[in-house]
Design a binder for this molecule. Structure first.
Ligand code: ATP
Ligand code: MG
Length: 560
């Protein structure tokens, strides 16, 4: 196994399904991904997407995309559109049409009526504060609501009038009649419907009552014939309620809820609410700012669908909570780009080199492979001339012996070109190095020099041929490992003031043909992607730094 490969981690849900299919419990599985359209998807959702769609793919089943749209005030078409785009971009296809919980509002209403008729639901008029008081606590049983013993007829009448808009928002709710002393608080007569005069993006003003998540979710799963309703661990305590509805309603299928632990990443916030705050308060340029852990942000940053899918495989699916090192995400990204990104040279902090023994007007054109290990990726042409730009940090005055780059009196190899020697250093009136006068050895093109070893290789561009580009350098958005985990500090306190630096890079001319979303390895620097939106506008080149070359994850793994 090469050190960039990694095996997939355990996935207990896949094991369960494998067994169920083997012993004939199911013939075909159906999963679903059920986002609330109240924000853009983030890397945590990617885990859920890869799991749900991945299982369907693996076992030849189906996975639905269903918008869980029971909170219309927080939802919007923009979010609906972005979520679909993200799922498709990750490379997954949902079965049939896009679904909405709101399509089932009529059926859900009928289900509620069924519960009332069976004496298992009632309209309650306690206000929010009383409701809390009656609910009890973890250690204390709740109390029955004074409205609990209304007759079926009265409840049917009340619920019908709730729907008809006869009462104010929040005046009444429909509750399930289960058990106010149940140890699991979710079973203490949970709310099924609330009155809310909100315009809905799908159903318009048809409804002024909306079902709660718990009442909508499992029934929607059943209506769609979902076999495995996979969700994160915080819903474990809701499972008895999920099952109670399935058992007490005439639903067409018996879906099974399975929980797994959510993805947490260090240096990263994965809560839609907080990500929305970053956007609303302009801490970032938008949901798809390349520093955001949103799928669209990662895309703009230069992540590939493969790298995200690979990362999700590496993380695995378990029931134990933990924090994943963001270095692992960078590792998955790097190993994908290492294989698939063509190479190019770009100098970010230039210093001028003049090859004094090279003819003034001569230009050589080197035809070099786009990728050293993949001939099929083609070739590029790199012009060489008398005046070059190299990276300022690749030159050092009075360098120590181990400095294998350029220093006065020593030689270095120019990538894809000759060996040069620094003869003279030119400084401005402030003592700043502004130019290096060098000589080249004409016998060293594609050949080692005779009788001596030259260890270092540096990148360069021909000054006259260099194409300037706007280069955006990104660092982690937060300086703290757990920005969201401090009692005495807000996550905004840890925003990294240096998370974005904009500079000018000098690119080899082959980069002129790059189009938005093309990825490259800028040799010796890192991976960069042509910005999805700004690259090419008015002929301007814009590259975003995706990730550097140094892999701290591979190092951690070796040590471990
Ligand atoms: P957030 O906590 O960011 O607001 P959410 O859970 O409210 O997210 P939903 O739109 O309800 O967002 O999520 C859709 C699906 O994605 C759910 O099944 C949810 O369990 C799953 N999901 C959300 N966050 C994560 C995460 N960090 N890791 C794994 N799955 C997640
Ligand atoms: Mg949610």
């Amino acid at each position: 196994m090469s050190n960039t490969e990694t095996t997939a981690a355990p996935n207990f849900i896949r094991n369960i399904i494998e067994e169920e299919l083997a012993n004939g419990k199911y013939e075909q599985i159906c999963t679903r991904f059920p986002p609330e359209p109240n924000g853009y998807l983030h890397v945590g959702h990617a885990k859920s997407i890869c799991l749900n769609f991945g299982l369907a793919e693996h076992f030849g089943g189906a996975c639905n995309l269903r918008f869980d749209d029971t909170n219309p005030e927080k939802e919007s078409q923009e979010y609906i559109d972005s979520i679909q785009e993200d799922v498709k971009w990750l490379g997954f296809n949902w079965a049939g049409k896009v679904r909405y919980t709101s399509e089932y509002f009529d059926t859900l209403y009928e289900y509620a009526v069924e519960l009332i008729k069976a004496g298992k639901a009632y309209v309650c008029e306690l206000n929010a504060e009383q409701m809390r008081e009656y609910r009890g606590t973890l250690t204390e049983a709740g109390k029955d609501s004074p409205f609990r013993d209304r007759s079926v007829e009265e409840n049917l009448d009340q619920f019908g009038r709730m729907r008809a808009g006869e009462f104010d928002d929040g005046a009444k709710v429909l509750r399930a009649k289960i058990d106010m002393s149940a140890p699991n608080i979710n079973l203490r007569d949970p709310i099924l419907y609330r009155i809310r005069r909100a315009h809905h993006h799908q159903t318009g003003d048809k409804w002024c009552i909306y079902p709660n998540y718990d009442f909508a979710h499992g029934q929607s799963d059943a209506i769609e014939g979902i076999t495995h309703s996979i969700c994160t661990l915080e819903f474990e305590d809701h499972r008895p309620l999920y099952n109670w509805f399935i058992e007490n309603l005439p639903v067409p299928a018996q879906p099974k809820q399975i929980e797994f632990s959510r993805l947490n990443l260090n240096y990263t916030v994965t809560s839609k609410r907080k990500l929305k705050q970053l956007v609303d308060e302009n801490h970032v340029a938008g949901w798809d700012d390349p520093r955001m852990p949103t799928i669209s942000g990662m895309r703009r940053r230069g992540y590939t669908p493969n790298s995200i899918r690979k990362f999700c495989d590496m993380v695995g699916v378990t029931r134990s909570d933990g924090v994943v090192d963001v270095a692992m995400l960078y590792h998955a990204l790097r190993s994908d780009l290492e294989e698939n990104a063509p190479r190019a040279m770009c100098v970010l902090d230039p210093i001028k080199v003049t090859i004094t023994n090279y003819p003034e007007d001569q230009v050589e054109e080197y035809v070099v492979p786009a990728h050293p290990a993949h001939e099929e990726m083609g070739e590029r042409t790199v012009p060489f001339s008398r005046t070059l730009l190299i990276e300022a940090e690749d030159f050092m005055e009075d360098a120590p012996k181990k400095f294998f780059r350029l220093t006065q009196g020593r030689e270095v190899r120019l990538r894809n070109s000759y060996v040069i020697k620094c003869e003279k250093v030119i400084k401005d009136e402030n003592g700043k190095v502004v130019e290096l006068l060098c000589t080249y050895d004409p016998e060293t093109l594609g050949k080692n020099p005779e009788g001596r070893k030259v260890k270092g290789v540096i990148h360069w561009v021909s000054e006259a041929h260099a194409v300037p580009a706007e280069v955006r350098l990104y660092e982690n958005l937060f300086t703290d490992e757990n920005p969201d985990g401090h009692k005495d500090a807000n996550f905004l306190d840890f925003i990294n003031p240096e998370s974005l630096t904009v500079t000018t890079g000098y690119c080899e001319p082959s980069l002129l043909t790059a189009v938005g979303e093309d990825s490259f390895q800028f040799e010796r620097i890192g991976y960069f992607v042509a910005d999805r939106y700004d690259h090419g506008v008015d002929g301007k080149l814009v590259f975003n730094k995706t990730v550097g070359l140094k892999d701290s994850w591979a190092k951690i793994q070796k040590k471990g």
